[in-house]
Design a protein around this ligand. Structure first.
Ligand SMILES: [Fe+2]
Ligand SMILES: [Fe+2]
Length: 264
C-alpha cells in the first residue's frame, strides 16, 4: 500500500498555527510515501513565506513534490514577476518547477501551470501535454499515475469555470490515452473528487481545499487529501480529511473509492 498526502494552497503567510500543528500530527501518523504540494504554497511569494513552508515540509520528513501556484509568483512587484518570478520558490523547493517522483508503485508528474504574464489564470500548453503523455506512456503496470497541476483540470460548478485550466480538454484527452489515473489540483479551495467523462479510460480529478490557510470559503473548512493505492489489487481510495469541529485535529470526512482502469 502506498500513501500520498496532498497538501494544497497552504498560503504560508496566512497560515493558522493550530491547523499547521494539527497537520503535522496527521502527517506523522500517516507516514506518507510522498507529500504533494499542489501550489499556492505562499500568500505573496516572499522568501520568508517559502522558508516557513519548507521548514514545515522538512518536519514531515517524507519525499516531497512541489509545484508553484499563482500566489507563488510576485503580484505587486511587476519587475520581479517578469524577470525572476520563481526565484524564491526555487530557493526553497529546488530548481525544477516540474518535478517528478517515481518508485515501484507511484509515478507522479508535476506540471507548472502558472503564467507570470497573466498571474491568476493557469494554463497547460501543448508542449507540457506532450511531455507528460510521453512519460505516462512508459509507466509500469503497478504504478499509480498521477499528474499534479495547480488550477483545476475540471470543475463541478458553473461559477468555477473561469478558474479551470486553459487547455484542460486537450490535456484530459491526451493524458487519458497515455494512461493517467488521476489529475490532482487545488486553487479554488474546494475539495472534490470527480470522474472525468468521455475519455479513453477512467481518469479522475482530485481537488484539495486549502490545508492550513485562513483563506477558507464559507462553510468549507481546511482540508487535505490522502490517497491510498494498493498496487496488488488495483484499488485506489481518496480520503478527505477536514479540520473542523472542537477537536483541533484533522478528521476523516469522506472516502471515495475510484473506479480504476486496472480493475474493471
Ligand atoms: Fe489558493
Ligand atoms: Fe491559486
Amino acid at each position: 500500500m502506498s500513501v500520498v498526502l496532498q497538501i494544497s494552497d497552504p498560503h504560508f503567510g496566512t497560515e493558522v498555527p493550530e491547523v499547521v500543528e494539527a497537520l503535522a500530527r496527521l502527517a506523522s501518523a500517516l507516514g506518507p510515501d510522498l507529500v504533494v504540494l499542489s501550489g499556492d504554497i505562499t500568500q505573496r511569494a516572499r522568501a520568508r513565506q517559502f522558508e516557513a513552508a519548507r521548514a514545515f515540509t522538512d518536519r514531515i520528513g517524507a519525499p516531497l513534490l512541489a509545484v508553484p501556484g499563482n500566489h507563488d509568483i510576485p503580484l505587486m512587484n511587476l519587475w520581479a514577476r517578469l524577470t525572476r518570478p520563481y526565484s524564491h520558490h526555487c530557493a526553497s523547493f529546488g530548481e525544477s518547477l516540474e518535478p517528478s517522483f517515481e518508485n515501484r508503485e507511484l509515478l507522479v508528474l508535476g506540471v507548472n501551470t502558472t503564467r507570470s504574464r497573466r498571474h491568476k489564470n493557469g494554463e497547460v500548453d501543448a508542449a507540457q501535454v506532450r511531455r507528460v503523455s510521453d512519460r505516462l506512456s512508459r509507466a509500469g503496470t503497478h504504478q499509480l499515475r498521477v499528474v499534479v497541476v495547480h488550477q483545476p483540470i475540471e470543475v463541478k460548478r458553473p461559477q468555477d469555470e473561469p478558474d479551470r485550466l486553459i487547455g484542460h480538454a486537450a490535456a484530459q484527452h491526451a493524458w487519458a490515452v497515455a494512461g493517467a489515473d488521476i489529475v490532482m489540483g487545488g486553487h479554488i479551495h474546494l475539495p472534490y473528487v470527480m470522474p472525468l467523462p468521455g475519455l479513453a479510460r477512467p481518469m479522475w480529478a482530485v481537488q484539495a481545499g486549502t490545508a492550513v490557510s485562513s483563506r477558507v470559503r464559507r462553510g468549507v473548512p481546511n482540508s487535505v487529501n490522502v490517497l491510498r493505492w494498493s498496487a496488488g489489487d488495483g484499488t485506489c481510495v481518496v480520503e478527505q480529511w477536514d479540520h473542523a469541529g472542537p477537536k483541533q485535529a484533522f478528521e476523516l470526512r469522506q472516502a471515495t473509492r475510484l473506479n480504476m482502469a486496472r480493475n474493471n
